[in-house]
Design a protein around this ligand. Structure first.
Ligand code: CUA
Length: 265
């Protein structure tokens, strides 16, 4: 009895210290829940950072089933530092014709450096099975002659800043559907040429009659598209798996996607 009492007192005391430490960490030291690496800059989105004309840094964010950024352009001779992470499962990352071969692991950042001494397109492939869209998961690195690179660089700059002023206040003001398609990785699962991939093709989707997995026939309208983006799985076309992720999309982005789909007759 005596010893039991001591055990109870000691364990209660330890438990009290433990809980106090947690409360102190959360309230006093402001240590919150651990954050996902893909929730914080600079790994929130894929990006290319130019240090000098010959030195670049690329942050790849991988997700089912695409790499962001999907296309990276650099000049011949450039040294590129690759930083790679994943926002969902483990992916592979191999740049063909180079010795860069990494794993994209959630919660970590992997690194490799490469020098590109010849022009051409280098394919980047996912070489770790990561689900139904695995075989479509790829990206491209385009190595250009320095002159050619400079030209396209100037052109892009001209497009981004039309009157020399930066429009930072409203990110929706210059919406580019291609950017949305990239960021949301739509084309990792939906083709634009009519061939079925992980999901139904985008080509001719508006007004198409599709058989749903419960056997009903539905003519796809704009509201079906909007509903399916907001609530993936609300409508699942027969023969396809219910694997579409939930995408956060602003109204403007949604409108841009709908207009884009209408245009793919
Ligand atoms: Cu990502 Cu396979």
């Amino acid at each position: 009895m005596k010893y039991e009492k001591i055990v109870v007192i000691v364990s209660s005391f330890l438990l009290f210290i433990f809980i106090s430490a947690i409360i102190y960490a959360a309230a006093g030291l402001k240590i919150g829940l651990p954050t996902c690496i893909t929730d914080i800059a600079p790994f929130k989105e894929g990006k290319v950072i130019k240090h000098t004309d010959q030195k670049y840094e690329v942050h790849y964010n991988s997700k089912m089933w695409a790499f962001d950024p999907p296309v990276v352009k650099i000049p011949k001779g450039a040294t590129v530092d690759f930083y790679l992470t994943s926002q969902d499962v483990t992916h592979g990352f191999q740049i063909l014709s180079t010795n860069v071969n990494l794993m994209a692991v959630p919660g970590t950042v992997n690194y490799a450096r490469a020098v590109f001494n010849r022009t051409g397109e280098f394919d980047v492939l996912c070489h770790e099975y990561c689900g139904v869209g695995h075989q479509n998961m790829s990206a491209k690195i385009v190595v250009m002659e320095p002159d050619e690179f400079k030209n396209q660089e100037n052109q892009t700059a001209a497009v981004n800043v039309p009157d020399g002023s930066e429009e930072k206040s409203d990110p929706d003001s210059k919406i580019d559907v291609n950017v949305i398609l990239q960021q949301k990785a739509c084309l990792g699962c939906h083709s634009v040429d009519g061939s079925p991939m992980v999901g139904p093709s985008f080509k001719g989707i508006m007004g198409r009659v599709e058989e749903m997995d419960d056997g009903t026939k539905v003519t796809i309208t704009e509201s079906h598209i909007r509903e399916s983006i907001k609530k993936p799985g609300a409508l699942v076309v027969k023969g396809f798996a219910n694997v579409m992720p939930i995408l956060e999309m602003s109204d403007k982005e949604m409108n841009a996607i709908v207009e884009y789909l209408k245009s793919l007759k």
